[in-house]
Design a protein around this ligand. Sequence first.
Ligand SMILES: [Zn+2]
Ligand SMILES: [Zn+2]
Length: 200
Amino acid sequence: MPSLLSCFGGSTESSKPSPSVQTPLLPTQQQPQQHGHAGTRPVDKSVDASRCVFCAITPDRFNIVLEDDDYICFTDRSPAAQHHLLVVPRIHIANVKSLTAQHVGMVREMQALGAKALQVVSPDAKAERRFGFHIPPFTSVDHLHLHALELPFRSSLRSLKYRIAAPPSSGYHKGWSWFAEYTQACGILADGGRVSVGRC
Ligand SMILES: [Zn+2]
Ligand SMILES: [Zn+2]
């Protein structure tokens, strides 16, 4: 049974070939473009980058789909859905609870890169796509990462990790949930709030 905490990392399913891995993942002509060694970017000096797996993303260890100057998008090693990508900022930001109103633009840029990358791995899809963040303590890697999913989920059990909780009333953006869908997160942050597991 997959742990709620295992939003990244190895699993018994990792030996299954992922369709996206077999697709030639070429960047589009415009930005974002592939860069060289992604591990050489500047990081928060207070963070030991050698101990943060997402501060050390390199093409030999990650299947990078798209990247630009600010973000990297790669396939999740334990996909919960038909297509499952992660988008991380190059700078170290701990998690969605670290975000404030000034990060709304960043969240939108992360989603845009994730959507573009899903289009790369699944150009003809009409399926529902879902974007969002896990909220501590329901995170595995403490480096902000946006999940970019193209449904269907691989199992109903795994879909629970990405359940969107509707707001209980008009004063809220989300209900009680360990997953903040990205428009919920943007709404909370734009209103000056902070994303949390409880309704907000
Ligand atoms: Zn996660
Ligand atoms: Zn990091």
